[in-house]
Design a binder for this molecule. Structure first.
Ligand code: ZN
Length: 382
């Protein structure tokens, strides 16, 4: 293990304009404290799970306590020795703001260190109207959120919006349906307007990150499919969010499933997004669900994921037809695989926990996650 003073967010890393919050080893310890919840964890357990020496753990936990991030949570009997002092995370010690900029609505959450939203605000938004209107709305809603919370210590702002965009530079590309944003440095503009560090990602990636960090077991792979004003996916593969080198992964809606099909807002024809949105507009929910299910089955064929999670306004308004339609296509896909009596069951589909707030919660997690290490640790016996 290297020095305690390595920045948790290395130079050139996606969140590099967030300040270097903690050392790498402190992030490991904070991650375990977060995983332990209110029950807390002893210094010896922290040492066992991080591979750090007890002395190093004591030094780190002393610093975390002096900064108010950790606190003593009583004593617990330990095998053969004196009762061990248990430490826990102090959820309200710091906060993060998560912003979901949808095409017609802004959702802002204030999350504590556990990722729990302690407050949420919603306001209409005309995303395609351009930067000035959007930044004004962001400033107004964030100010209201922070005032209502009595001026909490905020680590930064996570911004999630429709793609495509570049997560590493914080610059928007030709957003489907809102091409005027192409080339706009939204991350830096938000940071300058609010005077807070900011990080930018696609709505689907933010949601998938938040969903991943909230899972009881951080292994395995899933796809989060978001059907609202557009259609996209967030991918968690082998326990890590997969963005691709250009934040181009998960452009699920623009896979072409019908050659020479209807024109899509992206400029091509027969995209699954165009088919889905056309079916929804025509009141044909089973048709939309079938198209979504075909895409989900393609995703399973391509990436061998374990689970499909559905979210987005259109799905939340009519969950049953979408869950049913996607389950049918996944079952059909599983039947083609064979395997006899040992055949794996169809990949499961469920609504993503978090409802309409899943993207905004995930946007806050964009800020919080680096504080707790790149991958979520578990406290399972080693
Ligand atoms: Zn398209």
């Amino acid at each position: 293990m290297s020095s305690n003073d390595l920045p948790a967010l290395g130079a050139g890393s996606p969140g590099a304009n967030l300040p270097a919050l903690r050392g790498h080893n402190a992030a490991l310890v904070l991650g375990l404290l977060r995983a332990a919840g209110g029950e807390g964890v002893s210094r010896l357990e922290l040492a066992a799970h991080t591979g750090l020496t007890p002395q190093a753990v004591s030094k780190i936990t002393a610093r975390l306590r002096s900064e108010g991030l950790a606190a003593e949570a009583g004593r617990r009997a330990s095998t053969g020795g004196k009762p061990a002092t248990v430490l826990r995370l102090v959820p309200a010690a710091r906060h993060a703001v998560g912003l979901h900029l949808d095409r017609d609505e802004l959702t802002a959450v204030l999350a504590d260190l556990t990722g729990r939203a302690v407050d949420v605000r919603r306001a209409p938004l005309a995303f395609e109207a351009g930067a000035e209107q959007v930044l004004t709305a962001v400033e107004r809603e964030v100010a209201a959120l922070l005032t209502a919370a009595g001026g909490p210590r905020v680590l930064g702002v996570g911004v999630a919006c429709p793609g495509p965009l570049d997560h590493t530079t914080g610059v928007l590309h030709r957003v489907t349906g809102a091409p005027r944003w192409d080339g706009f440095p939204l991350r830096d503009a938000v940071a300058a307007r609010l005077g807070l560090p900011a990080v930018l990602d696609k709505d689907t990636n933010a949601a998938a990150l938040g969903l991943d960090r909230a899972r009881p077991d951080g292994t395995g792979s899933f796809g989060y499919l978001h059907l609202g004003t557009g259609l996209g996916a967030g991918l968690v593969l082998d326990g890590s969010l997969y963005r691709g080198p250009h934040t181009g992964a998960g452009e699920f809606g623009h896979q072409i499933v019908q050659l020479d099909g209807p024109r899509c807002d992206c400029g091509r024809q027969g995209c699954i997004e165009a088919l889905c949105l056309a079916s929804v507009a025509g009141g044909d929910l089973p048709g939309a669900a079938r198209a979504l299910g075909v895409g989900a089955a393609n995703l399973v064929e391509l990436l061998d994921i374990d689970q499909v999670l559905l979210g987005g306004r259109t799905v939340l308004e009519h969950p049953e037809p979408f869950l049913g339609g996607v389950a049918r296509e996944l079952a059909a896909q599983a039947r083609t695989r064979g395997g006899g009596s040992g055949a794996r069951p169809a990949v499961s589909v469920a609504l993503a926990p978090g409802g309409a707030q899943v993207v905004a919660d995930g946007a806050a997690e964009l800020v919080l996650a680096p504080l707790f290490g790149a991958r979520r640790p578990t406290l399972r016996p080693r």
